[in-house]
Design a protein around this ligand. Structure first.
Ligand code: FMN
Length: 226
């Protein structure tokens, strides 16, 4: 059994999966753990649609086709401005790490495009878990915060059982396709999806360890020296 530290320090996003299916019972076990996540006033606004097989393949195909055809992104959340400053620098850093691991040269437009398309295909994971929340809470930022909490709990719970995940907003780029193929009701807002499966250890990007800003930058301690 992995310790909490093993899970948190060892987890990383997985973007290459073995073809082997994931048993439904194991996904239920992981979701049971994730559902222990805290939420505002214990409101638990989240819901999950677990998709595999032909339905997931249709989502991959529709997502890819529509994006290549130039259909605008229809993700159901506000995106704000493009990242700048330190946020943009971190975005570039992780992209560089991934491209370097995959041997994708900076000027290799075809390979870069191939990588982006993998994202739209949810990295060909055998399972996608679409995270939604109750539409009656649309506009309430806490519901979105709660979805983040449960999604973090989900990826860590999966890792504790040997499964790999990547939280993948590319996978819901074309939300009408996801909604139709996964049968997601209109009373749900699609927040994100999590690609899940057994990690392919031979896939180079799976070895990438992303950096974190140090605690000296992230945390301020007040009153400790009084
Ligand atoms: C809300 C959210 C959306 C993400 N969307 C994508 C995505 O579309 N494609 C992708 O490759 N990774 C995506 N990621 C994974 C992040 O790139 C990854 O978590 C980050 O670089 C830190 O790396 P780690 O998960 O390996 O610690 C997303 C993560 C989060 C939390």
């Amino acid at each position: 059994m992995k310790t909490y530290d093993d899970v948190v320090q060892g987890r990383r996003s997985i973007r290459g999966f073995k073809a082997a299916p994931v048993p439904r019972e194991l996904i239920e076990e992981v979701l049971t753990l994730a559902l222990r996540a805290p939420s505002s006033l214990n409101s638990q606004p989240w819901n999950f649609t677990v998709v595999t097989g032909a339905a997931l393949d249709r989502i991959r195909a529709g997502n890819t086709e529509r994006t290549l055809a130039g259909v605008p992104d229809s993700r159901e959340f506000r995106k704000g401005e493009q990242y700048a400053g330190p946020h943009r620098e971190r975005q570039i850093e992780i992209a560089k790490q991934l491209f370097e691991a995959m041997g994708i040269a900076r000027d290799d437009a075809d390979m870069r495009q191939d990588w982006v398309l993998r994202g739209f295909r949810q990295f060909d994971a055998p399972v996608s878990i679409v995270v939604t929340y109750d539409r009656v809470l649309l506009g309430n930022d806490i519901a979105v915060f709660d979805c983040g909490a449960v999604t973090n709990a989900l990826v860590n719970a999966a890792w504790s059982r040997g499964l790999g995940c990547v939280v993948n907003t590319q996978g819901i780029m074309q939300s009408p396709v996801v909604r139709a193929e996964a049968g997601i009701a209109e009373d749900q807002v699609i927040q994100t999806c999590v690609a899940m499966g057994w990690p392919d250890e031979s896939f180079p990007a799976n070895a990438v360890v992303s950096r974190r800003k140090p605690i000296t930058e992230a945390a301020t301690f007040v009153g400790f020296d009084d």
